[in-house]
Write a protein that binds this ligand. Structure first.
Ligand code: FEO
Ligand code: CA
Ligand code: CA
Ligand code: CA
Length: 642
């Protein structure tokens, strides 16, 4: 709980105030306050049982200072290893050539560009999950064409289009921790039977209510059930049955729209001015004038089986179509699957999917259809600290044919418009969502929104330059079940400088100040890890000077303290994190080192911003800045962050 005053002078109460006015709260409130959690929700168990299980993990490292160096910095007593950079082979494929000289075909066997969400899947033997051997799935969110090709965008061609498509998607690699003592290092296993590259051209299935619907059919796929590729793969999720979810975010930028787009296309930012990737010049799928429906086949959550390299990924339309950030999966008390998802754009929404059927860990067959048949909801945050999940279901909440929604497929393909219709709350760019492993509290980063003119309760600062983290407890005070239709919420932290000259822009961080929270993840002990993505246009300047490069911090959600764990190289964002089951190996991604304000306009600029990772790791020489996965271990072998 954060006791600092919130620089929000609206009438919405904080959690303590809410507790005081809710009926029947006296006794429970005292107990909660004794425990220091200040929570209204009681997820999963009665309070005494829950209280007994809630560990307070604490933060055990000395903070690192804000930095503008071209290097990753971690606390004293920690060691870094560069693991998997753009262009590294996923298996026994071709090595990276330093001036981006690899061909399109070679790129299809190498790490893609701009690593984002990822997850470590351990090998399991005799019921024991390994912390030294596993499979890592890594998203490659987008490409910088000026870095990807030796001469950047010059003489745009089919070969450059193909290389760009092959640098998107997901890498699946096998990892093993080898050696002993100071020589212990993670290695990518090459060759590996599990290794795989999924690109913007990999065949994948479409399931759920929109599969096969008219707007999903194309000339190449008249059934509307098979699509080539995934792209704009931002954050991720993990299912209880051990599959990986990768989320399609800014898909609109790949499509050349019509001079006069339809209302639905406009709502997703598809217009005649976009398509900076220029794929449409050599691949008609990305030219809306030539193939009007291909664009409807992107903007989904995609499931990948990390253990079966020949299994086709599946796009699950039941989870809605928008600019998906991540897909945080948890289970309701009765075993229904719940997926929390943000739509990362200013004034977009927070969503929750609840499966119809229940997952039973003892019955693997029970997983079938869990991401195919269910109800998508969108959040409305009321000013009194309560909230409601509104079903986006045909026939409910006015989503009828008379109101322009033909059927469930239509609602899902035009999720944003359905959410507009039911009156969801517009948020300040919802990014990652994390669920506390014990209490079930849900946290969501709202990265920033300078375009907000008027504050409201859940987005309490106009011109929100620094972002905030909101949280909620499902069921309000009654029962914290993840499938609940209502919730109680508060703001966990307002980011930014607590000493800002303008009180309306002041943050209330207790500890190390930062801006623009994005990646968010609870470790197994309940430490909340926060990654930042302040854009190149503000990094190190003006209001952002004091924060230095983008970074990663750890929050104690009980005390509200936040401590800086890591700083990244110049121009990067820190994106994606996962750990081995024992918590002793933490993997993070450094994305787009060297990015400058407004993106990299040409090849020369692409090379000028940063020399990372070669600037830090002696085993590399020269070459281009490369997004990469880094492993962090404690020199004494202990749990990272503890
Ligand atoms: Fe891909 Fe919203 O970050
Ligand atoms: Ca992000
Ligand atoms: Ca970004
Ligand atoms: Ca971001």
């Amino acid at each position: 709980m954060n006791d600092d005053p919130i620089s929000n002078d609206s009438d919405n109460p904080c959690f303590e105030q809410l507790l005081a006015v809710l009926p029947g709260h006296g006794r429970r409130r005292r107990r909660l306050l004794q425990f220091g959690l200040g929570s209204a929700a009681l997820p999963f168990f009665g309070w005494p049982a829950l209280a007994a299980t809630l560990a307070r993990p604490g933060i055990g490292f000395s903070p690192v200072a804000a930095s503008t160096e071209d290097a990753v910095r971690v606390p004293e007593g920690y060691a870094l290893q560069l693991l998997f950079a753009w262009g590294d082979p996923v298996s026994a494929g071709p090595a990276f050539r330093g001036d981006a000289e690899n061909s399109a075909a070679e790129q299809a066997e190498q790490a893609g560009m701009h690593h984002d969400g990822m997850h470590f899947f351990p090998f399991v033997s005799q019921g024991q999950a390994s912390s030294t051997h596993g499979v890592l799935c890594v998203n490659h969110e987008y490409t910088d064409e000026n870095l990807l090709h030796p001469d950047g965008r010059a003489d745009w061609s089919p070969a450059k289009t193909l290389k760009s498509q092959n640098a998107h998607g997901v890498s699946v690699i096998e990892l093993e921790l080898k050696g002993s003592g100071a020589d212990r290092r993670w290695q990518v296993v090459r060759p590996s039977a599990y290794a795989r590259r999924i690109t913007a051209r990999t065949p994948m299935k479409i399931d759920g209510p929109a599969a096969g619907a008219g707007p999903m059919r194309t000339a190449d796929d008249p059934d509307g059930k098979l699509v080539l590729g995934t792209l704009a793969n931002c954050a991720m999720g993990v299912t209880p049955w051990g599959s990986y979810l990768t989320c399609e975010e800014n898909f609109n930028g790949y499509f050349k729209g019509l001079p006069t787009p339809t209302a639905a296309q406009k709502r997703y930012g598809i217009s005649g001015e976009r398509a900076g990737y220029r794929w449409h010049e050599h691949d008609r799928r990305f030219d809306v004038a030539s193939e009007p429906n291909e664009v409807n086949r992107f903007g989904w959550v995609v499931e990948i089986d990390p253990w079966n390299p020949i299994a086709a990924p599946v796009k699950h339309t039941a989870l809605g179509r928008f600019k998906h950030e991540g897909a945080m999966v948890t289970l309701a008390g009765d075993g229904r699957v719940v997926v929390y998802m943000g739509d990362d754009e200013p004034f977009e929404y927070i969503y929750k999917y609840v499966s119809r059927d229940r997952y039973d860990a003892g019955n693997p067959a029970s997983r079938a259809g869990l991401l195919e048949v269910g109800t998508l909801h969108v959040a409305r945050f009321a000013a009194d600290g309560r909230g409601q999940w509104l079903a986006l279901e045909h026939g409910q909440n006015g989503l009828t044919e008379a109101n322009g929604f033909v059927d469930q497929a239509d609602i899902l393909i035009r999720t944003r418009q359905a959410a507009d219709f039911v009156g969801a709350t517009t948020m300040d760019r919802p990014e990652w969502i994390a669920v506390h492993p014990q209490s079930g509290e849900v946290y969501c980063t709202l990265t920033n929104n300078r375009q907000r003119l008027a504050a409201d309760a859940a987005n309490p600062r106009a011109e929100n330059a620094f972002g905030h983290i909101i949280r909620w407890r499902e069921g309000g005070e009654a029962r914290g079940d993840a499938a609940a239709g209502r919730f109680a919420w508060d703001v966990f932290v307002l980011c930014g400088d607590p000493q800002h000259a303008d009180p309306a822009r002041r943050g209330n961080i207790r500890g190390d100040a930062f801006s623009s929270p994005d990646g968010l993840w609870f470790d197994r002990d309940g430490r909340l890890w926060i990654q930042t993505d302040a854009s190149g246009s503000v990094l190190g300047r003006g209001d952002h000077e004091r924060f230095g490069n983008n970074q990663m911090l750890v929050a104690d959600v009980f005390s509200g303290e936040i401590r800086r764990f890591l700083t990244g190289p110049k121009g990067c964002e820190i994106a994606g994190l996962t750990a081995t089951p024992d918590g002793r190996n933490l993997f993070i991604n450094v994305q787009h080192p060297g990015e400058v304000a407004g993106g990299r306009a040409n090849a020369a600029q692409a090379l000028a911003g940063s020399g990372w990772p070669a600037s830090q790791f002696a085993e590399l020489t020269g070459g281009r800045p490369r997004s990469a996965t880094v492993v962090i271990r404690r020199q004494d072998g202990g749990v990272v962050g503890a």
